[in-house]
Design a binder for this molecule. Sequence first.
Ligand SMILES: [Zn+2]
Ligand SMILES: [Zn+2]
Length: 280
Amino acid sequence: MYVKLLGTGSPKPNKDRSGPAQVVTVDETPVLVDCGEGTTRQLLESNINPVDIKHILFTHLHSDHVFGYGHFLLGGWSLGRKELTIAGPAGLKAFHEKILDMFKEDIDYRVSTLGISEKGLLDVNIIELPDSGGEVTLPDVNVDITSAPVVHNVKTFGFRFQKGEESIVISGDTAPVDSIVQLAKDADILIQDAAIASSVANNKNSDPNILKIWDILKKEHCTPQQAGEIAQEAGVKRLVLTHLLPNTDEEEAYQEASKHFDGEVIVGEDLKTIAIERVR
Ligand SMILES: [Zn+2]
Ligand SMILES: [Zn+2]
């Protein structure tokens, strides 16, 4: 198993960071987690054919994590995708159907006039996960996936992929909470929300509006320091900081996390692949 970061950004548009998305590859099968703005292009940049993505997990339905879904859904279908399973919180089905509804005329034209099969678009398998989390079963993927509720301002899940000895955990957007520590217990890789970097608050170029809501954001996201503390408590091997806002000082974020975590800290970058290394 390995994970590729497709987008390490946030709701704030950023030319260096695409919207939140990552792809976990299990035995050649890629499973997409979240589908932020630019995801389909980032897949192409990564030499992953969007047609080969047959599974998507959504941590939550905030715009930054789903903006790329319309493009993926219709674009991947137009490239020839024939099957798709998506899983995420309650509301996922309604969200998916709204997109189909918005583009109904376009879809009808492609099906009736261009003769494209409806398969892979109108028969998407949708799994709404129970609020309490638990096992997630995706068809044809040979890996154990567990979801756990985390603390954000809408229903949000963290996900753990476990295959034999190997494990990769994705926190979703979350404030510090015991459920993410438990989910990430002894994981090889933890990809962790670390949005609330003090360097953003201290940068005079930062959006003054974001500073006004800083105290609210602290209840919904983690600082790099908190990301380090979670990784330390969980005993993970490698911590990857993601969901980074514009003006994040990467070196400072690295230092803040490293001060509280004995393992390896990686500041997330778009298109970076992170492999599991059993020996450090
Ligand atoms: Zn987000
Ligand atoms: Zn969010």
